[in-house]
Ligand binder design. Structure first.
Ligand SMILES: Cc1ncc(COP(=O)(O)O)c(C=O)c1O
Ligand SMILES: *[C@@H]1O[C@H](CO)[C@@H](O)[C@H](O)[C@H]1NC(C)=O
Length: 500
């Protein structure tokens, strides 16, 4: 597998992890059993007389026995801009009530949790004044859909800019990144379409494909050889029952996988797409702005012509520090989406100041602000990411993902480590997201570090110092020194090659 880490735990860790789940499962069910015996049916709350329960997860085992025991590790509120440092609100249980209540106190933490890759999510000397001006001139709300009265000059300008940035003929924007996938995919796939999707697809892609009525086949995560096998057998077999040829085949992939930190093997997949005449849909939510020397995403990073990607999707919510998403492609395709997509016709347009934020960020990234700040931000992001990844490897952490990727999942494997890791890092002033089942498979509980161009070297050094203690406290030494130094050497050889 590419990348600097592995999702496979050492055997002992795997056994210990299963043992942890087993204990949770056994004791949970034993307690449920006694609860039922002692309190009878009364312990289990029912819906009102005659009504079916409205919640489908009613009395869900995982929620009761796991989530609520450690829920201080999740949904932590913040009360500042998600800059390099962030104010995390302290919470405490009140009379055994759920959820936790905020105390009014805050803790200043180094922010390793936000998708603020280029540092545009906080005040910016170029963007912020322009956003304020847009607010004065155009107001907060578009108060109408794009197809009615919601198209302002900034909306048109953003679509022009993003298409130009990606080397595509045209682009369409949408007020929400998630909805860009969930509402636009159904217009690109339908009955008789085969969608071939990476196994680690984002939930917005799943929502879009489910809504499309297309048939789905899954290929192993980032594995072009398996993708080819899936394509070959799908083309040979044709549609189910009738055996008729598929109307079209759409391959859906992501630029950076947000839970793995890996870049897609785009070159190999483009080869396949051409050989088997499939369309390629690329979701660049995490890679746009963050990858490539000019921030143009995974195509620029890996040297792939954007002409080879039919549908380029991305969001403005990470590198651009705003909200919404886009689809860029051929003029005809985008025109078709404008005429037919319900999210364009019937949903309120993006808020104009949010649009202006993206435009300004795009200006800075491309140097249209008359400075080299954008270029330096991207360089800083890559330097910071590689510095931190290297530091984590040297400390012996199992870090997933690729060099230059700002997303760094760090494996914990055992869910029993999750609350301790989360509490300790918060206590030491690091804000980090932890992820476990059901968001990941049972065996691959992890925390996820997101690096920003806004972090200073001193910030990263402080975080590494905390990680060192964390490793010893929670026994997170999962990568042996030889493997770590092999990854670091490979990276050094690669960078020397580029700079030579
Ligand atoms: C791959 C991918 N696609 C789409 C989205 C949804 O974007 P948004 O958060 O802007 O709604 C995300 C969000 O995190 C994502 O990771
Ligand atoms: C997404 O991935 C899951 C897990 O690999 C798979 O079961 C599902 O069919 C995929 N769905 C879509 C729509 O891509």
């Amino acid at each position: 597998m590419a990348g600097t880490g592995t999702l496979t735990p050492p055997l002992f860790v795997a056994l210990a992890t299963y043992a942890s789940w087993m204990v949770l499962f056994l004791f949970g069910h034993l307690r449920d059993f006694y609860r039922k015996k002692i309190y009878g049916g009364r312990a289990v709350k029912k819906g009102a007389e005659g009504y079916a329960p409205i919640r489908q997860d009613y009395e869900d085992f995982y929620t009761r026995r796991m989530y609520y025991r450690i829920h201080d590790a999740f949904n932590r509120p913040i009360c500042s801009a998600p800059d390099a440092w962030v104010d995390v609100m302290e919470r405490t249980p009140v009379d055994g009530q759920k959820p936790l209540q905020v105390t009014g106190r805050t803790k200043r933490c180094l922010n390793l949790g936000s998708y603020n890759y280029l540092g545009f999510a906080a005040q910016d000397p170029y963007c912020t004044p322009r956003v304020e001006e847009a607010l004065d001139k155009l107001g907060w709300a578009a108060a109408s859909s794009r197809a009615d009265a919601g198209t302002t000059p900034v909306h048109a300008e953003l679509e022009r800019l993003i298409a130009q940035f990606l080397g595509k003929e045209d682009a369409i924007t949408c007020g929400m990144g998630f909805a860009t996938n969930s509402a636009f995919i159904p217009l690109l796939a339908g009955k008789g379409t085969l969608v071939v999707s990476d196994a680690l697809n984002h939930s917005s892609i799943v929502a879009g494909v489910r809504g499309s009525g297309a048939k789905v086949k899954v290929f192993d995560h980032n594995d072009p050889a398996h993708l080819e096998a899936v394509l070959r057998s799908a083309i040979a077999e044709g549609q189910p029952r009738t055996g008729r040829p598929w109307k079209k085949i759409v391959i859906i992939i992501e630029g950076i996988y947000s839970m793995e930190g890996e870049m897609v093997k785009l070159k190999e997949i483009v080869e396949l797409k051409k050989r088997y005449k499939c369309y390629l849909y690329l979701d660049e939510a995490h890679s746009i702005g963050a990858l490539g020397a000019g921030g143009r995403g995974v195509c620029e990073q890996l040297g792939v012509d954007t002409a080879d990607v039919d549908i380029m999707m991305g969001t403005f919510t990470k590198s651009f520090g705003s909200c919404g998403g886009y689809i860029a492609g051929d003029r005809g395709l985008i025109q078709y989406l404008r005429c037919h997509c319900p999210a364009h016709l019937y949903a309120t347009a993006m808020s104009p100041p949010a649009v202006e934020q993206v435009i300004s960020a795009l200006h800075v990234i491309q140097g249209l602000d008359g400075s080299d700040r954008g270029k330096r931000k991207i360089q800083q992001l890559h330097a910071n990411s590689n510095y931190f990844r290297r530091g984590l490897l040297e400390l012996g952490f199992d870090v997933l993902g690729d060099w230059d990727s700002p997303v760094m999942p760090v494996m914990l494997f055992n869910p029993a480590k999750l609350p301790g890791v989360s509490r300790y890092t918060l206590e030491r002033g690091l804000a980090i997201v932890v992820v476990g089942f059901p968001a990941t498979p049972l065996l691959t509980t992890r925390m996820r570090v997101c690096i920003s161009a806004a972090h200073s070297r001193a910030d990263l050094d402080y975080a590494l110092e905390v990680f060192k203690t964390l490793r010893d406290r929670h026994h997170l030494h999962y990568c042996d020194p030889e493997t770590a130094s092999r990854h670091i050497k490979a990276f050094e050889a690669h960078t020397n090659l580029i700079s030579a």
